[in-house]
Design a protein around this ligand. Structure first.
Ligand code: UDP
Length: 238
């Protein structure tokens, strides 16, 4: 089945993608490979912005479970996303891509603060904008950030690059005959409580009519395929 091809895309990179085959942190080779695929997409005419997660370094919930105050832990998680954003920016600039990092938590000597109109202008000038520090608020996730920024930037779709090739009716690691959906509605994702993105991210995309394409970004050259509407993925739409 061929899915629609979109023009302006928000790419969500979860932190775990950036750790490659490691258990923690940033794997430079993986970051370079992903950056190369983002650059190729740009070259192919897509307008791209990126939201990076931080789970490869620190997650607020995990920190809270170990005794950190939840809000402090969430700020630590948001700071982790800034490290990932700088790594992705560095890899993109090495191969000649013009980029900007905008952080929802202002840190003037490191990157720009998040200013929507400025981010739009960067994209119009052909730059890839990388959004860091989530929404800037504790108790949120970078999935919700991705939905929010996709809406703010008028993106045609949100591409969630992850470690699985779509959404299944059960966990494919536990249930061998689990079936992958080609297409599924926002409502079904919510009512069946399918673990794709958190409910607030799904609801935000549903309200703003932003389809979500879930695909495996660990598979080499897969980003180009799914951006072209091909390859294995699941699309969530109204
Ligand atoms: N986070 C937050 N507010 C946000 C976005 C992220 O507090 O708006 C924190 C939260 O603690 C989260 C961490 O940053 O666990 C890293 O983000 P996330 O877990 O979404 O990263 P991913 O799973 O995509 O790697």
């Amino acid at each position: 089945m061929t899915r629609p091809a979109f023009k302006r895309i928000l790419l969500k990179l979860s932190g775990e993608v950036l750790m490659g085959s490691g258990q923690f942190g940033i794997d430079p080779e993986t970051v370079d490979r992903v950056a190369g695929e983002i650059a190729a997409a740009k070259e192919a005419g897509f307008e791209l912005c990126v939201v990076v997660g931080g789970g490869n370094i620190f997650r607020g919930l995990a920190g809270a479970a170990k005794g950190f105050d939840r809000t402090s832990a969430d700020y630590m998680g948001m700071l982790a996303t800034v490290m990932n954003a700088l790594a992705v920016q560095n890899a993109l600039e090495k191969i000649g891509c013009d980029t900007r990092v905008q952080s929802a938590i202002p840190m003037a000597s490191v990157c720009e603060p998040y200013i929507r109109r400025k981010a739009v202008r960067h994209m119009e000038k052909g730059r890839i904008v990388i959004f860091a520090a989530g929404t800037g608020n504790p108790f949120f996730t970078t999935d919700t950030t991705a939905a929010l920024r996709a809406a703010e930037m008028n993106c045609d779709a949100l591409f969630k690059g992850t470690s699985v090739d779509g959404i299944y009716n059960a966990d494919p690691k536990q249930v061998p005959d689990a079936v992958r959906y080609e297409s599924i509605s926002f409502d079904q994702v919510l009512t069946d409580n399918l673990k794709v993105m958190d409910a607030s991210a799904i609801a935000l995309c549903r309200e703003n009519h932003i389809p979500i394409v879930v695909f495996n970004i660990r598979e080499e050259a897969n980003l180009a395929k799914v951006l072209a509407g091909e390859g294995t993925a699941t699309i969530v739409q109204n």
